[in-house]
Design a protein around this ligand. Structure first.
Ligand code: COA
Length: 538
């Protein structure tokens, strides 16, 4: 393989300015992540301590093997929603190592509104289950939740992708032979009672853990019966009488020890094999990515500079290097795992789309995972290109991305606009994981372009109706709100709040996160893949 030779001038003013701008974004990101982890009210902290419970961070610290990686998923989901303090949509979720085994963890945070589930909390729980199913990860639930956040109950209850889907998925996961272990460390009320009930193993903490379909107030209202939570659904009731729970624990610490023991006895299926070689660091410092990525999203740059800092030995076997140059494709290794990489170097033309299609098919046939580095303004438009069939060539790429069954991973390292988002394996195209960098911009089109389109539509309307075209002040009044809205809704934080991604990454950590994700993806069998395609439009 060839070594990518970096052409970056680290002493240039451009590099320094880019570096400062990205460093500032990364510092903000670290502060935001810390706030999401630590910003809890004194009242909630006090109540948690009074009940003798560990905090969610302490629970995670005890659950996970010491000094092993933790890949947190969507830690800033619901950011700025519901008054701005429902951090992570009320839960801490991620992939970690428990007793030597990679598992998915979903831990409710009782210090955020009693661990209740908001609409984004449902979306996050479903995303966590999707990741667990696609990567065949055993799941550990640490439940401590007041159930549905009642003021928003209509938004989380009956629809196909609402709360009921969580329990439906649990049954499907069980059928798929994905073990589910639940520790009841607080309330599991109403629908929430099904989280332990539908798990394979249930650990129940005495005193704080309770499972019931209707809590004491509801029982009193419905039947007049007066009963405490402990009498209704405590550990003694469910471990000794009902049989809903399997393992009795005196406190949080003991429950987590039991969970670790249960994970330890789960069968360890062999991981899938893909071509590997001994891992090797890239030749260039990953923090140089800060100086490489231009501070203005519209400034072009060579994505090989990014690839050189992500892949082992900065080695890259480039595919069709001279053809369709606005898309760079090729093979490399990341932490020892072979991957096929597609990275944008400009707008997608017919030839770059065809190259992508062929490359994706090759990787899919050969069982090589795909990595998409998205920095794309879209497919080329205009009379010449429509005549040249850009739409049918773009279709081939979108088709190949959709039907490829090897693990796919996407990192939005810059722009993600229009159908480019689709062709480069946006969220809807089933990447096992999708992350954004803090500089990312996402939208159907840029704010300026969207504003121009709307002004032009309005002007055409006026002319059609025999009126004068819009005066400048009207044009400004139409344009500015659209540009402001695109700015607000098109940034990485808005994306991560809405769970369009699995998190925002510090560019310098991207390589390690990809290495973890590749390892995780191999828990799912590769030999069950259906490598067919539909009909390509020629
Ligand atoms: N919907 C909306 N808000 C809820 C809630 C729910 N289901 N459950 C709890 N909360 C809120 C409380 O109003 C409180 O808000 P505040 O901090 O702004 O005052 C916060 O969550 C913490 O609740 P609190 O009761 O003070 O804490 P706790 O640790 O003593 O008890 C629970 C937590 C979850 C055990 C308890 O609040 C409870 O029993 N909730 C109702 C559970 C239920 O019946 N859910 C049915 C829904 S399917």
């Amino acid at each position: 393989m060839n070594i990518i030779e970096s052409r970056i001038d680290r002493d240039s003013e451009e590099y320094r300015k880019n570096h400062d701008a990205m460093k500032a974004l990364v510092d903000d990101l670290k502060a935001e992540l810390k706030r999401a982890r630590e910003d809890r009210s004194e009242k909630a902290r006090k109540r948690n301590a009074e009940l003798g419970k560990l905090t969610v961070q302490e629970r995670l610290d005890r659950l996970l093997d010491p000094d092993t990686p933790w890949l947190e998923i969507a830690p800033m989901a619901a950011r700025d929603m519901y008054g701005g303090r429902v951090h992570g949509a009320g839960s801490r979720c991620g992939i970690g190592v428990v007793n030597g085994r990679e598992v998915m963890v979903n831990a409710s945070d009782p210090m955020i509104k009693g661990g209740t589930i908001y609409p984004m909390g449902v979306k996050k729980a479903l995303r966590i289950q999707t990741i667990a199913m696609e990567n065949r990860l055993p799941t550990v639930n640490l439940v401590d939740s007041g159930g549905a956040f009642l003021p928003l109950q209509s938004e989380i209850f009956p629809d196909v992708d609402d709360g009921g889907r969580i329990f439906y998925n649990q049954a499907i996961m069980s059928k798929m032979n994905i073990p589910q272990v639940t520790a009841v460390m607080g309330l599991c009320t109403a629908g929430g009672a099904y989280i332990p009930a539908m798990s394979d193993h249930v650990v129940h903490v005495n005193g704080t853990g309770a499972i019931f379909l209707g809590g004491p107030p509801l029982v009193k209202a419905a039947t007049g019966e007066e009963v405490t939570a402990e009498e209704l659904g405590g550990a003694m009731v469910h471990c000794r009488e009902s049989g809903v729970s399997d393992y009795y624990a005196e406190d949080d610490a003991e429950a987590i020890e039991i969970v670790r023991d249960i994970v330890g006895i789960l069968p360890q299926p062999e991981k899938s094999r893909i071509p590997t070689r001994p891992p090797q660091d890239p030749l260039y410092d990953q923090e140089e990515l800060y100086g490489i990525v231009p501070r203005r999203i519209t400034t072009p740059y060579d994505c090989r500079e990014v690839i050189a800092r992500l892949v082992d030995g900065s080695e890259f076997l480039e595919f069709k290097a001279l053809y369709g140059p606005t898309l760079v494709c090729g093979w490399a290794y990341i932490h020892g795992y072979q991957v096929g990489i597609l990275g944008n170097n400009g707008i997608l033309f017919s030839n770059s789309a065809l190259k992508a299609t062929q490359f994706i098919q090759l990787c899919d046939r050969q069982g090589i995972p795909l990595l998409f580095l998205q920095n794309i303004n879209g497919y080329i438009i205009g009379r010449e290109y429509e005549r040249g069939g850009i739409t049918k060539d773009g279709h081939k790429m979108v088709h190949a991305v959709s039907t490829a069954t090897v693990p796919k991973f996407t990192v939005i390292i810059g722009a993600s606009f229009g159908a480019g988002n689709y062709g480069m394996c946006g969220r809807a195209y089933g990447p096992r994981f999708l992350w954004t960098w803090p500089n990312a911009k996402i939208g159907v089109m840029g704010g300026e372009q969207a504003a121009d389109v709307l002004v032009s539509i309005k002007n055409d309307q006026m002319i059609r109706e025999g009126q004068d075209p819009l005066p400048q002040e009207f044009i400004d009044a139409i344009r500015q709100p659209i540009i402001d809205q695109a700015e607000k809704e098109g940034n990485a934080y808005y994306s991560t709040a809405n769970l369009w991604d699995d998190g925002i990454l510090d560019p310098a950590l991207t390589r390690d996160v990809l290495g973890l994700a590749l390892s995780v993806s191999l828990n799912a069998p590769m030999n069950e893949r259906d490598q067919g395609h539909g009909t390509f439009r020629m």
